[in-house]
Design a protein around this ligand. Structure first.
Ligand SMILES: Cc1cc2nc3c(=O)[nH]c(=O)nc-3n(C[C@H](O)[C@H](O)[C@H](O)COP(=O)(O)OP(=O)(O)OC[C@H]3O[C@@H](n4cnc5c(N)ncnc54)[C@H](O)[C@@H]3O)c2cc1C
Length: 474
């Protein structure tokens, strides 16, 4: 076994170099520059779910585009404050002009915030949203038996029960799909209500979550944080496999420290640990002693569902803008039935042009049901054909570059947004114990947030909370 510095005990070891882990590292060092702090990251890169990749533009130059977390809201104070400190600017998401909504193979256009899905459907939708909003607001104060009952419903069955028209059901499931990014048949409705509640309600979530883009891409946030923390304090390619904590029954020399073992058997010790893994990844780490039952049960019941494909397509001209379109598409088509089918290739599409508009691009999120058996070429063909339902085919196919990132093939990745919790286990999400430390191991990450669960804002907010806990415990 490879033991680095056998006698050295770090003050704090942080697991995960995503935005939560690096924010906590930065804040801890700001408060206590003398700390012996180390950040362990399983992958060979920092950023976690924030990822920029190069895409070719019309001028032949290669520029970075966001393939992971992208948008911020003007109401996300913790994230905006961090951006300011890191000297990173934001700019408004381009949303001017006509938008598309597709349902049941019918494409309609609309301007402003109200989609043209028919008056009766809109009324039904409005009533459903009001009911959901009430449930989300009352979630934390609901009686336990009420919560247990709600927990028996999946997101899909809850939407089916609340809507009285097939079209409004289809539309609402289409709207929540990119937010929840998983199979709504297995997901507890408590999960969806909890995410909405933490973000100020469904309306705010749907309207505000895509207000701003981060100039230069969101991964810059983690790059700047990593610079501030310093390369000597970052260890990449160190997947934590086991976390051992001493208990009162242990040998005196071992008491009061946490021992971390990597997949390859490397070992190090720390006084305190901050774990920033998503709930759905906790299962990949062996905890000794085992995690408290509620945390363990949640970790066991977060199916890894992330089949999110994010695609950037660059063009010589923003043909959609020139024709008066915003580039925004919401497709509620459901899942494709065969690889040739274009249904479900697009869940949502947005304008992704550079800040100055000089480098035109579209960003597409494929639905979580996008065909997994299709080859990359088949998928590309299907996606472009799907886009050609909204824009002229010759424009769509005349792209400069087409680049995608499949999150399901990313190592050490389990979820895109908040970890989806199965029916029957959602009530555990409401336990105040969820984000509480387990002896010397503290928890942060966007799943452990009080606000904007599953978002960058949640990750930063949880990192601030955990930093305060660690500073007190040191
Ligand atoms: C496609 C996509 C689109 C998104 N869109 C948005 C958006 O527009 N706006 C928004 O706010 N959010 C968005 N998100 C969500 C946002 O990116 C995340 O909420 C946020 O980045 C989570 O940060 P984190 O630090 O909590 O977790 P992560 O970024 O997941 O960090 C955890 C880190 O732990 C590492 N790790 C895992 N296992 C181990 C192990 N055993 N040992 C050591 N390290 C390990 C991982 O590699 C990772 O680097 C999106 C995410 C995706 C994937």
């Amino acid at each position: 076994m490879n033991r680095e510095h056998p006698c050295r005990r770090h003050d704090v070891v942080i697991i995960g170099a995503g935005i939560a882990g690096l924010t906590a590292a930065h804040l801890l060092l700001k408060a206590r520059p003398d700390l012996d702090l180390l950040v362990l990251e399983a992958k060979d890169r920092i950023g976690g779910r924030l990822l920029s990749k190069p895409v070719r533009c019309a001028d032949g130059e290669v520029r970075q585009w966001c393939f992971g977390g992208t948008w911020a809201s003007k109401t996300q104070c913790n994230l905006l404050e961090l951006l300011k400190e890191m000297k990173i600017e934001t700019f408004e998401q381009y949303r001017q002009g006509i938008k598309f909504v597709e349902m049941d193979n019918t494409v309609t256009q609309y301007e402003g915030g109200v989609p043209t899905i028919g008056l009766l459907n809109l009324l039904d939708l409005n009533l459903t949203l009001q009911a959901l909003e009430r449930q989300a607001t009352g979630l934390k104060t609901s009686q336990p038996d009420q919560v247990e009952r709600m927990d028996q419903d999946s997101v899909k069955s809850a939407v089916q029960r609340l809507t009285s028209r097939e079209e409004s059901e289809l539309f609402l499931r289409g709207v929540v799909a990119p937010v929840l990014q998983g199979s709504d048949e297995r997901m507890s409705q408590i999960h969806a209500l909890n995410v909405a509640q933490s973000s100020g309600g469904f309306e705010k979530l749907f309207k505000d979550a895509q207000e701003l883009r981060v100039d230069g891409g969101a991964q810059r946030i983690t790059e700047r944080l990593a610079e501030a923390v310093g390369p000597a304090r970052l260890r990449l390619g160190w997947p934590v496999a086991e976390i051992r904590q001493s208990t009162d029954n242990d040998d005196e020399n071992f008491r009061g420290e946490v021992c971390l073992l990597s997949e390859s058997g490397d070992q190090l010790t720390s006084c305190l640990v901050l774990c920033t893994l998503p709930l759905a990844s906790l299962n990949s780490v062996k905890f000794r002693p085992t995690l408290p039952p509620s945390k363990q049960q949640l970790a066991n019941n977060c199916p890894t569902v992330s089949h999110t494909l994010k695609t950037i397509i660059t063009y010589a001209n923003a043909f959609w803008r020139q024709a008066g379109f915003s580039g925004e598409i919401l497709s509620c088509q459901g899942q494709p039935t065969n690889p040739q089918s274009v249904s479900g290739s697009i869940s949502v599409c947005y304008d992704a042009c550079s800040r100055d508009g000089a480098h035109p691009a579209l960003v597409v999120l494929a639905s979580s049901g996008a065909d997994r058996t299709a080859s990359p070429n088949e998928h590309r063909e299907a996606l472009l054909n799907h886009l050609a339902r909204f824009f002229p085919k010759e424009d769509v196919f005349n792209f400069i570059d087409y680049a995608e990132h499949s999150w399901c093939s990313e190592p050490y990745h389990s979820t895109c947004m908040a970890s989806a919790v199965s029916v029957g286990c959602g009530s555990l999400l409401l336990s105040p114990e969820l984000s509480k430390p387990f002896h010397r191991v503290h928890f942060a990450g966007s799943d452990m947030a009080d606000e904007w669960i599953g978002y960058m804002e949640g990750a930063v907010q949880s990192a601030k909370r955990a930093t305060a806990e660690l500073l007190q415990a040191l």
